[in-house]
Design a binder for this molecule. Structure first.
Ligand code: ADP
Ligand code: MG
Length: 213
């Protein structure tokens, strides 16, 4: 089982900042279709703040870094997604504890605690067309793969594959939570913005973990 270092965690968060800067317009366009056209702006604002803050907390442990990221997102990302992504990192921080490195299983476990927090805060169920439609299957497929003895690379590849499929699966869903739910059936036929920003986050994580072996 591979170990993920604190430096890889900060590299992941910086890479998220880069992804959201590069994809701000794409995310905002998705939100234009079924929301209020601010998701790209929200994510870019939040993660550029995270990237700005990271150097000041880089010597702290993974739990403290996650906590700080969560607080930054909570205070700087507007909309529904700010408190939800904030919750993901703050809850994950509790599970990651004070470690300077974390095993892949431990990271998946911490992210699961984070996602459980998002679900209890936002009350989204599978199929409601939200970020949870990406996170829930990604975490459960990763856990399943680990439990059935798959190697790290297989687990990581499965996470990306599941995230990609799950993001596309939101197209056919009718939104039941958040702003998009106001559209009723008219929300069908559009990819969910939050699912898409979650896909970017997961792909960035896997890339950093696989790249630094
Ligand atoms: P807002 O909708 O307030 O403008 P954003 O545009 O930043 O906020 O984020 C919209 C995304 O937030 C949606 O695409 C969806 O994935 C996610 N979202 C909204 N409500 C919920 C919820 N209750 N649970 C989980 N995710 C949600
Ligand atoms: Mg929006």
């Amino acid at each position: 089982m591979m170990t993920i270092t604190k430096n890889q965690i900060t590299a992941w968060l910086n890479s998220c900042a880069q992804e959201y800067a590069d994809n701000q317009d794409a995310l905002t366009n998705l939100d234009k279709d079924i929301g209020d056209a601010d998701h790209g702006l929200n994510m870019n604002r939040g993660f550029s703040k995270v990237a700005e803050t990271l150097p000041t907390i880089a010597d702290q442990n993974i739990g403290a870094i996650f906590k700080s990221v969560g607080m930054t997102l909570l205070s700087s990302v507007g909309g529904a997604s700010g408190p939800l992504y904030g919750t993901l990192f703050i809850r994950a921080a509790g599970a990651a504890k004070g470690a300077d490195e974390i095993e892949l299983t431990g990271l998946i476990e911490a992210l699961k605690v984070g996602v459980d927090g998002v679900v209890s805060r936002g009350k989204a169920e599978l199929g409601d067309k939200t970020m949870c439609d990406v996170w829930i299957p990604v975490i459960s497929s990763a856990k399943e793969a680990i439990d059935s003895g798959k190697c790290d690379d297989e687990v990581l590849d499965l996470m990306v594959e599941t995230a990609e499929k799950s993001t596309l699966s939101t197209i056919e869903m009718q939104a039941k939570k958040g702003r998009a739910s106001y559209l009723g059936e008219r929300s069908i036929g559009h990819q969910d913005p939050g699912a898409t920003s979650s896909l970017l986050m997961i792909k960035a994580l896997v890339k950093v973990i696989k790249g630094n072996k």
